[in-house]
Design a protein around this ligand. Structure first.
Ligand SMILES: Nc1nc2c(ncn2[C@@H]2O[C@H](COP(=O)(O)OP(=O)(O)OP(=O)(O)O)[C@@H](O)[C@H]2O)c(=O)[nH]1
Ligand SMILES: [Mg+2]
Length: 317
């Protein structure tokens, strides 16, 4: 039996089967998961993590495949995490992704993993983040995360990716309108894919004017790139823009973003660990069931009970 340390060493050496194994272990929330994450932590921060998000069917997977090929031409190693929202729409397309990318799966410079909600009881966002970190630690130069932009995932992708590419396509109509607002805020680069279709120029002008309306808080001006993912047209321009954004981040903004992410993560970790410990103690001492009885009798409400518990602990310590 290999120890967790040996597994992590193999991941850091880029060994594909160990990478796959480590991902499965963190996905399942296994006992080793925390040790894996901790041991990988010092090895993080080398990869450039690119988030590709946008409405279902915009052409994200097609574009990702072309981008991967562009990076491989430049001898860059790439990890891809495709997040399957298990929506009825993406079910078919997802299978398509596999077939399209089949030849890439024999390339040792590429590691592709798909994530599904149903395999991740601990939450898709956490599993995605852990997987990105494993791929980063494994020495991949680029890690691409594909997510369908819908509600929460916009915020989540910001905690994972350094450069966010929002992929839109002409003619997606209402669906775009509904999610555009959230995505306009987070995009570093906007892709109008399916530029072979009519209205692509109009879509680009629409985005342009929406961007001009939004407040300019940052020095980086979101770029707009037109692509035809099917033929690969425009993907060179897109990868150039991504590089440009990476260079911009390296000048300072990247550190600020990183600090913000780690602050949020530390707060979340404290919250989780502290709560776990306190609840465990309360249950062990029987105090938990005492409090519940009082709450059931309406003598106490849960928030006041929690305050009471914390007050008592503070007095003790
Ligand atoms: N005409 C045209 N069709 C495209 C283009 N890019 C992708 N498509 C097609 O659009 C459909 C959806 O493409 P996908 O790459 O699966 O889209 P996606 O955004 O990954 O979709 P989900 O993962 O389901 O959210 C496929 O049938 C593609 O062949 C393009 O540039 N032009
Ligand atoms: Mg897709």
């Amino acid at each position: 039996m290999r120890t967790t340390k040996q597994l992590v060493d193999a991941v850091v050496n880029g060994e594909p089967r160990s990478i796959a194994r480590a991902i499965t272990l963190v996905e399942n929330g296994s006992l080793e998961a925390q040790e894996i994450s901790s041991r990988l932590f010092p090895h993080l921060g080398k990869a450039h993590v690119i988030g590709i998000t946008g409405p279902s069917g915009a052409g994200k997977s097609t574009l990702v495949e072309k981008l991967v090929r562009k990076y491989r031409e430049r001898s860059r190693t790439v990890g891809v995490v495709a997040v399957d929202p298990t929506s009825p729409f993406s079910g078919g397309a997802f299978l398509g992704d596999r077939i399209r990318m089949q030849d890439l799966s024999t390339d040792t410079g590429v590691f592709i993993r798909s994530m599904a909600t149903r395999h991740n009881p601990g939450g898709l966002a956490k599993a995605t983040k852990d997987t990105v970190r494993i791929l980063d630690a494994s020495g991949k130069d680029i890690v691409i995360v594909e997510t369908v932009g819908a509600g929460q995932s916009e915020v989540e992708i910001m905690k994972i990716a350094q450069t966010i590419v929002v992929v839109l396509a002409p003619g997606l109509g209402d669906e775009i309108q509904a999610i555009k607002a959230g995505m306009m805020e987070i995009g570093d680069i906007f892709v109008i894919n399916k530029a072979d279709r009519e209205n692509a120029n109009k879509a680009a002008t629409d985005i342009q004017s929406m961007l001009e309306l939004s407040s300019e808080k940052h020095q980086w001006k979101p770029a707009i790139v037109k692509t035809i993912a099917l033929t690969g047209e425009g993907t060179i321009q897109l990868s150039e823009k991504i590089d440009e954004h990476r260079k911009y981040l390296e000048k300072g903004e990247g550190k600020i973003r990183q600090q913000r992410i780690l602050e949020a993560e530390l707060m979340e970790a404290i919250r989780q660990k502290a709560a776990e410990r306190i609840i465990q103690e309360l249950k062990k001492s029987g105090r938990f069931s005492m409090l519940i009885s009082r709450i059931l009798r309406k003598e106490l409400d849960p928030l006041t009970a929690a305050e009471k518990v914390l007050g008592e602990r503070m007095n003790k310590g």
